[in-house]
Design a protein around this ligand. Structure first.
Ligand code: SAH
Length: 391
């Protein structure tokens, strides 16, 4: 394994797992893309083992703080630890859960989701690409899956010089699979659906909403940016209200309709841009008892913060206007650059513009199978705020 020396003065606490190109003393040209390196400080003290991408701003990602072989038993160890944790938090009883969450589980660039006997894996970096065959083997030995599906579609891959594609790498997968998510069934498209097929990170928040709505008088509810209806079906299950799911993707709404049928729940769908849809509701004078806003990340990079905030502010302010007194707004941001504090500021100013008073009932975050690495705020991305309109 080649040695890679850090610059003098590199003082960062060693629990952040990324090393940037400008923090490295050695000439990056002598390394191959994705190769393992032994990182040392400028005075030759061992720092960690990582993998390198000489073409990326994030040049090295650390995968071990101890000197050890990065072999099959290393992979077995981290994956079984990740699984044990999901067992302890009770998540292995669910059909679907995130089995491995990148940095937070000890291997930056690797995501593994388990859907019943199917496994979906996303490889986000050149370093993981190099060792992925070992990972497949470990998954096969450990879980005996019916199939492993590689969902390698991400802008991060393109930045790493990798291609985007999805494919079945092991076993047989014929199309949709159905998961039971706390008593609600969802058809999940593991090969072509968004993310790896389902947004697993809102599990606890959706359940919180279901419980919150049970026993409340809810006549009309709206699920904006619904994808396959993760929130909408929960609202329909908790109440006998009219639920409308809105998404710009026809394919997503086909899944909503399918899921509504499987669960015998009454849900309407609207293919529309949420911004326009909310405007339309306002001009028709429609009001709702519960609205969910769970959009894609509006802030994709630090340079886009201002623009993104504008988007969040607009949808929140519009949704707030459409709520009845006593109504609930569930509003999310999955942009890592939007801190929890900033999001609350945005909501505060949206409420001011809407001329309404809200109280915060609950501040939710990503599900426990997406743990946050304390030293890396990048792993902490989801904010889901529950607001009640009190006048
Ligand atoms: N709430 C979903 C996840 C949402 S993902 C769940 O719980 O599973 C974001 C969704 O927003 C995607 O389905 C995407 O198609 C949709 N989308 C993105 N921009 C949109 C827009 N401007 N109007 C409507 N839908 C949009």
């Amino acid at each position: 394994m080649k040695i890679l020396r850090l610059k003098k003065g590199f003082r960062r606490s060693n629990s952040h797992l990324w090393i940037f190109a400008n923090e490295i003393e050695d000439n990056l040209k002598k390394y191959e893309i994705g190769e393992l390196v032994e990182v040392t400080t400028s005075n030759n003290r061992f720092f960690g083992i990582g993998y390198i991408n000489p073409h990326s701003l994030i040049a090295v990602r650390i995968i071990s703080r101890q000197k050890k072989e990065i072999d099959k038993s290393f992979i077995e160890n981290i994956i079984s630890k990740a699984y044990e944790y999901r067992k302890v938090i009770g998540y292995t009883r669910y059909d679907a859960f995130r089995l491995f969450y990148s940095e937070s589980d000890g291997l930056p660039g690797l995501i593994i989701d388990k859907y019943g006997s199917f496994i979906c894996m996303s490889v986000l970096t050149a370093g993981v690409e190099r060792i992925k065959d070992m990972i497949f083997q470990v998954l096969i030995d450990m879980f005996h899956p019916t199939a492993i599906i590689e969902r390698n579609e991400s802008p991060f891959r393109l930045q790493e010089g990798l291609e985007n594609y999805s494919r079945v790498v092991f076993g047989k997968y014929d199309g949709l699979t159905v998961i039971d998510e706390q008593g609600i069934k969802f058809a999940v498209d593991l090969l072509e659906g968004q993310k790896t097929g389902f947004f697993l990170d809102q599990r606890e928040n959706r359940l919180f909403l279901r419980e919150l709505l049970m026993g409340r008088k809810v006549e009309k509810a709206l699920d904006c940016f619904s994808y396959s209806g993760g929130w909408g079906l929960n609202m329909a299950k908790a109440t006998d209200s009219e639920v409308i799911c809105v998404d710009s993707s026809k394919k997503a709404l086909e899944l909503v309709n399918k899921n509504a049928r499987i669960n015998k729940l009454n849900i309407k769908t609207e293919t529309a841009d949420v911004f326009d849809f909310l405007k339309g509701c306002h001009s028709r004078g429609e009001k709702f008892d519960c609205i969910v806003l769970d959009p894609p990340a509006f802030i994709k990079s630090r340079t886009k913060i201002k623009e993104g905030i504008k988007g969040y502010k607009e949808i929140n302010q519009r949704a707030m206007r459409l709520l009845k007194t006593g109504g609930i707004l569930v509003t999310s941001s999955c942009s890592h650059h939007m801190t929890g504090e900033l999001f609350l500021e945005v909501l505060k100013s949206s409420a001011q513009d809407a001329g309404k008073v809200f109280r915060v009932i609950h501040k939710g975050s990503q599900s426990k199978d997406h743990p946050v690495l304390l030293s890396m705020s990048e792993t902490d991305y989801l904010k889901t705020i529950f607001l009640e309109n009190i006048g």
